[in-house]
Design a protein around this ligand. Structure first.
Ligand code: EPU
Length: 331
């Protein structure tokens, strides 16, 4: 058995049948097992049981930087810790990812969810993703468009691409610094350089989000739901201050944390699971929680939100069962 406790930030005591830590691309060719699960730090997964297959841990490092005209091209190993990577970029004077500071996880996991925060999405900076397909034993490169980045999603989440192991991610950054200060907490004239934006983001995160080194969690548990105008108006009639973000496709994104909060579920505790006092969208392990306790807390929260708002929340975290990823309805 392979211990998954260090590879899931929820801090659940779960195991895989086997595990392998990949430091070099060549090692991937040795994998024979057909049931595999790729993990970095496991910062966006919820194990609902032990995993009956091979956990493949991405520990491929390395970072190459080339400056071409007015931009930097950077190739980074999928196993690098994302925040270490962002910090290194800033020390080299390369800007763009500072708004994503302190997000747990690895470089290789970042494109899968197209992680985003504080007005920035990583997919906007990714030019290519290099993958090894465990089925065909081929290394190849996907272009930005082929990755199909969307809100917390990409091609890498599709069932037929679950055997694409991300070895390296390629980025392009403008040499000219242009701060992204659209998020309300970043509208501040003192934020003139990337390092001060990074520091502000870190302090915003510290105020709102639990640090998984101390309190098990996987960040936002649910996605922010998209609704049509009719639903929005109905909700606004009762909750005029509901935070809303208009989308290009005519839909409206609502803050799931607000809905959960209004449904009376901020800071609650059921058994060893709960929601975070300062951000209701984060489900936490209050210590020694079992997978089923996290699941039933999440189901309770979703049911309370549905009762009040008639909106079905969908998890943002990926749910992993005995045989691999499962959908919320399959639990
Ligand atoms: N809100 C409440 N009560 C709560 C939580 C939030 O009223 O308990 C309100 C806030 O006051 C704010 C709004 O809801 O007006 C939005 O909250 P916040 O700014 O914290 O952002 P979010 O939409 O809840 C998203 C991402 C986070 C990211 C933040 C900042 C998703 C699912 N989550 O959260 O990402 O850090 O924006 O950009 O898109 C993650 O993905 O793991 C994650 C933490």
């Amino acid at each position: 058995m392979f211990d998954l406790l260090p590879y899931n930030t929820f801090g659940l005591d779960v195991k895989a049948k086997e595990g392998i830590i990949i430091k070099q691309v060549e090692e991937l060719a040795l994998i024979k097992e057909t049931k595999t699960l790729f993990l970095g730090q496991g910062s966006d997964v919820l194990f609902v049981s032990d995993y009956d297959g091979l956990a493949v841990i991405n520990a491929i490092g390395g970072m190459d930087i080339v400056k071409i005209d007015n931009h930097y091209e950077v190739r980074a190993g999928g196993g690098l810790i994302l925040d270490d990577f962002i910090k290194s970029l800033l020390t080299y004077g390369i800007f763009g990812l500072e708004n994503l500071s302190a997000i747990p996880g690895t470089v290789g996991a970042a494109p899968v969810q197209n992680i985003g925060a504080y007005g920035c999405e990583i997919g906007d900076y990714i030019t290519e993703v290099e993958v090894y397909d465990l089925d065909t034993k081929r290394l190849f490169t996907l272009s930005h468009d082929e990755c199909q980045f969307g809100y917390r999603t990409s091609l890498f989440k599709e069932q037929k691409h679950l055997r694409y192991f991300i070895t390296h991610v390629n980025f392009s950054f403008d040499a000219q610094f242009s701060p992204n200060l659209i998020y309300p907490g970043l509208k501040d004239e003192e934020l003139k350089d990337a390092m001060s934006i990074r520091n502000r983001v870190i302090s915003l995160r510290e105020r709102k989000l639990p640090d998984p080194r101390f309190v098990g969690n996987a960040g936002s548990f649910f996605k922010n739901p998209l609704v049509d105008l009719k639903t929005l108006e109905k909700i606004r009639a009762k909750f005029p201050d509901v935070p809303v973000f208009s989308q290009d496709d005519g839909t409206y994104k609502l803050a799931a944390g607000y809905l959960i909060d209004k449904a009376g579920c901020r800071g609650i505790t059921h058994g060893h699971a709960g929601t975070w006092e300062h951000q209701a969208l984060v489900i936490v392990n209050r210590g020694q929680a079992k997978p089923h306790e996290i699941v039933s807390l999440a189901q309770y929260v979703a049911a309370e939100v549905e009762k009040l708002f008639e909106i079905k929340l969908i998890p943002e975290v990926r749910i992993i069962g005995k045989d691999g990823e499962i959908s919320w309805d399959q639990i």
